[in-house]
Design a protein around this ligand. Structure first.
Ligand SMILES: [Zn+2]
Length: 380
């Protein structure tokens, strides 16, 4: 098969920059064959204008909400945002053309693997295409403690549908939605599910979540009343939410998503627990909903494993990991590009457990090849 030899301004191999005098060699299917010094690359080297990078890993998306692009205004805060999602998510849902279009844009801008939240089987057909890798996180929620087993059984039904397509391009697990939407009994059921990895959860996306756990007051009480949810069994832990729910889990791998209101004390507590933690940042969604960013300098200082996600088109203008990287760099220019690219590639792959096949230019893998200049664009 014909070899493709690519020389860019630099090569980022998933871990580090290799310098401009290197050539990436792949076959036409994207199989990585070698990286060699320019002097040893021989003929037919194509010069490309930008940095060569492995395909991005989007560790938090909701492909099934793609029809909600532009429906909800920006800066409402999370409780009001969720109210609108719940009231309008079923309008025009499960439109295969909208899901196709959203996936196509992820593909073109260079995303190779996605951790995708599912409440329904709306994305099942798309995911059988075996083009991008999906870890489908089947999301379970239920505020009323008495309904926990009923909610769990419903989500296990959805999980079983996704298990039927398990294979090299599809894996799945059942996960809690968020600390404010999952009862104690439901946390116990989810944490006890065997062979269920990784787990993910929306963590501390709004100040109201910590207020609920501290004092059982605030915007989530109004939210429960609005939807006639029975939160009478909820007991405030008088701690932040993370301290209250993390001990339900044992030695699982957990991807904590958003972390917009996570404090240094929260992280230090979490790091003493037995779980292997990844901290997924979705900066554009945080700006869209809460107009605030997580304390990224603090997460870096405490050596957190950081990954990046796009969240959904309900809370973002596009599904582009490069746009997330650009937002991080705009707000925190002191963070080296090399480090943010690690979050977007090899760290994301480790979080999803696919580091043997994705996130680096390892010989013998097909991680996708992306060209970065002002934007990012898939080459293969
Ligand atoms: Zn989300």
């Amino acid at each position: 098969m014909k070899q493709i030899k690519l020389k860019g301004k630099d090569i980022f191999n998933g871990t580090q920059f290799l310098g401009s005098e290197n050539v990436l060699i792949a076959d036409q299917t994207g199989l990585i064959l070698d990286i060699v010094p320019t002097a040893k690359a021989g003929d037919d080297v194509q010069e490309v204008d930008g940095i060569l990078c492995p395909g991005f890993i989007n560790t938090h998306c909701h492909l099934e909400l793609s029809h909600m692009k532009g429906v909800i205004p920006e800066h409402t805060g999370l409780p009001a945002f969720l109210t609108q999602v719940m009231q309008s998510r079923n309008l025009a849902a499960n439109n295969p053309l909208v899901i196709d279009k959203a996936e196509q844009s992820m593909w073109e801008e260079g995303i190779s693997a996605v951790g995708d939240i599912c409440n329904t089987t709306d994305t099942l057909v798309k995911k059988q295409q075996d083009r991008m890798y999906y870890h489908s996180f089947i999301e379970c929620m239920g505020v009323a403690d008495a309904a926990a087993s009923q909610r769990y059984e419903y989500s296990i039904g959805v999980l079983n549908s996704f298990r039927e397509i398990s294979g090299p391009f599809n894996q799945c697990s059942i996960v809690p939605h968020a600390p404010y939407s999952v009862s104690r009994s439901l946390f116990h059921l989810l944490a006890a599910t065997p062979n269920n990895t990784p787990v993910t959860i929306h963590n501390q996306e709004t100040a109201a979540e910590n207020e609920l756990y501290q004092e059982k007051t605030g915007a989530f009480i109004d939210f429960y009343h609005h939807f006639k949810m029975d939160a009478s069994a909820f007991q405030p832990s008088q701690t932040n939410s993370l301290e209250a729910y993390l001990p339900f889990f044992q030695q699982q791998k957990i991807i904590l998503v958003h972390n917009t209101f996570t404090s240094e004390a929260d992280v230090k507590f979490a790091q003493q627990q037995p779980e292997l933690l990844y901290w997924c940042l979705c900066p554009n969604a945080n700006l869209y909903i809460e107009n605030r960013l997580p304390d990224i300098p603090m997460l870096r200082k405490l050596n957190c494993n950081i990954t990046l996600g796009t969240d959904s088109l309900a809370s973002n203008h596009q599904l582009s990991i490069w746009e997330e990287i650009s937002t991080v760099r705009r707000h925190f220019p002191e963070i080296p590009l090399e480090e943010v690219l690690q979050w977007a590639t090899s760290n994301g792959a480790k979080a999803l457990g696919i580091q043997d096949n994705y996130g680096t230019f390892k010989v013998g893998t097909r991680p996708g090849i992306v060209l970065i200049n002002q934007h990012s664009k898939r080459i293969i």
